[in-house]
Design a protein around this ligand. Structure first.
Ligand code: PLP
Length: 485
């Protein structure tokens, strides 16, 4: 080796290099956290011009590579902890999550087999048991950590599909999909996350397999429309694999009426998956846990900890009500989860996951729960929901702003409303306001559509943000609108 050993290992040289690299990066992070701007405001073209890979024959060494990452990545990163960074379901992270990442990364355990992650496997299984208890499932460990909501939704849809055909004596796992594929359907509300469509396409069933159910004025699934559409599907000989309810839609934060939908799913003998990627945070809430009433009745659940649980990306989970359904994705790989191992009760989590090599993201949530405790976790989750209500009340009082709908979780949908202009002009103005704010580096406010109306969105996850911060942001929105007019 031309240089010193680059691998993390026991030697004095390696541990010293490790400590130096971590010290250099963590000091840079501390400085970055203090940058006043939310974003340095460089354009796409500027960043393309500025950023280039410096891959040389001899290598730059750790220190110089880190300096370059600070210069070209860190300084031009979006400050997700900034009070005016509210565009997405994109949270600032817990300090304890950062400490967990150090352990996760340094140990580099892989969750696919016991012999690559012994203590980690047990911690993940115990955390899944604990999460199951929180949703009200029976004791057990059917579930797994995932890369996030998209993957968890895929697991729910895939198991629903395979359970549907298994009931008809057909194994999709062995023989692939049977019959007329155009008859296969899943149902979700028109506000469900697009990962439902993408996952159905990935499963070979196409976007058209998704039947959209109407929503009520609170953006929740309209159960009368669900029942009607299911009856029509049955009359047309369609095969309904699953209903996907959402607990926390991406924009409006709407929570579908889970208990009622569970009743309809039971009557139709249909798998019910709940995408609680966002709303699942309310499991830890003091004030709002009841919004998730009925979640214990569903067949499978998506949870995301890199949203309102404040964990670093990525960190999600999939929970499966009945462990027997895991048989539908069983694959025995001699080198990972052999029959011999399993007969002796060795837990190899590859059996529960779509991934093979997998990060030990469960540690972040485990350490987060231990460090914060129930009371503080509840407080930081409840903060956003309560703040959204206060912000909505404020928006409703501003003559130049219009509240597009009442908040349900921690988001506020609103728009700037000039005295003149048709809908298209107002839509364009709001789009431009969002773009101008990001270009200026001062704020990141979401631009989205709700019921065909282009609006601005604030996702108020950050527990350190106050109503005063948001009033300043809204004043900035108004000034930006005036400068664009
Ligand atoms: C309701 C909902 N479900 C699923 C997802 C996808 O989750 P992920 O980005 O973790 O894959 C999102 C993302 O925002 C979401 O809002």
């Amino acid at each position: 080796m031309s240089r010193s050993n680059p691998i993390l290992a026991a030697s004095a040289q390696s541990t010293e290099a490790y400590q130096q690299a971590i010290a250099q990066t963590s000091q840079a992070v501390v400085q970055w956290l203090q940058q006043p701007e939310m974003y340095q405001g460089k354009s796409v073209a500027e960043l393309r011009e500025r950023i280039a890979l410096d891959f040389t024959t001899e290598g730059l060494g750790n220190q110089a590579a880190i300096e370059r990452a600070i210069e070209y990545f860190l300084k031009d990163s979006l400050s997700v902890h900034h009070p005016q960074c509210v565009a997405h379901l994109h949270c600032p992270s817990l300090v304890i999550s950062q400490a967990a990442e150090v352990l996760i990364n340094a140990t580099n355990q892989s969750m696919d087999s016991w012999d690559q992650s012994p203590s980690a496997t047990i911690i993940e299984m115990k955390l899944i048991e604990w999460l199951r208890a929180q949703v009200g499932y029976q004791a057990g460990d059917a579930g797994v950590f995932t890369s996030g909501g998209t993957q968890s939704n895929l697991m729910g849809l895939m198991l629903a599909r395979d359970a549907f055909f298994a009931r008809q004596g057909h194994s999709v796992q062995q023989d692939g999909l049977p019959g007329d594929l155009s008859k296969i359907k899943v149902f979700c509300s028109e506000n469900a996350h697009f990962s439902v469509q993408k996952n159905m396409a990935l499963m070979g069933l196409g976007y058209r397999s998704v039947t959209l159910v109407k929503t009520d004025r609170f953006a929740r699934m309209d159960t009368a429309d669900l029942a009607d559409k299911l009856a029509l599907a049955k009359a047309n000989g369609e095969k309904v694999l699953a209903i996907v309810a959402t607990a926390g839609t991406t924009d409006a934060g709407a929570i579908d009426p889970l208990r009622e939908i569970a009743q309809i799913a039971a009557e139709n003998e249909t798998w019910l998956h709940v995408d609680a990627a966002w709303g699942g945070a309310l499991l830890l809430s003091d004030k709002y846990r009841h919004y998730l009433d009925g979640i214990e009745l569903v067949d499978s659940i998506t949870l995301d900890f890199h949203k309102q649980f404040f964990q670093t990306i990525s960190c999600g989970a999939f929970l499966l009500k009945e462990a027997r359904h895991y048989e539908l994705m069983r694959y025995q790989a001699a080198y990972l989860n052999s029959e011999f191992d399993e007969a002796q009760g060795v837990p190899n989590l590859v059996s529960k996951s779509l991934q093979t090599t997998r990060r030990f993201d469960a540690l972040k949530m485990w350490m987060g729960l231990e460090a914060l405790g129930q009371k503080q976790y509840a407080e930081i989750i409840d903060h956003g929901v309560t703040l959204a209500q206060q912000v909505a009340a404020w928006v409703a009082e501003q003559p130049a702003l219009e509240l597009v709908m009442e908040p349900q979780l921690a988001s506020v949908l609103f728009r700037f409303r000039p005295q003149q202009g048709d809908d298209a002009a107002i839509a364009l103005l709001n789009q431009k306001i969002g773009d101008a704010l990001l270009d200026s580096g001062r704020a990141n406010v979401g631009v989205t559509e709700h019921n065909g109306v282009t609006c601005l969105k604030m996702t108020l996850l950050n527990p350190t943000v106050t109503l005063e911060d948001i009033k300043l942001l809204l004043a900035l929105v108004e000034r930006t609108a005036a400068s664009l007019a």
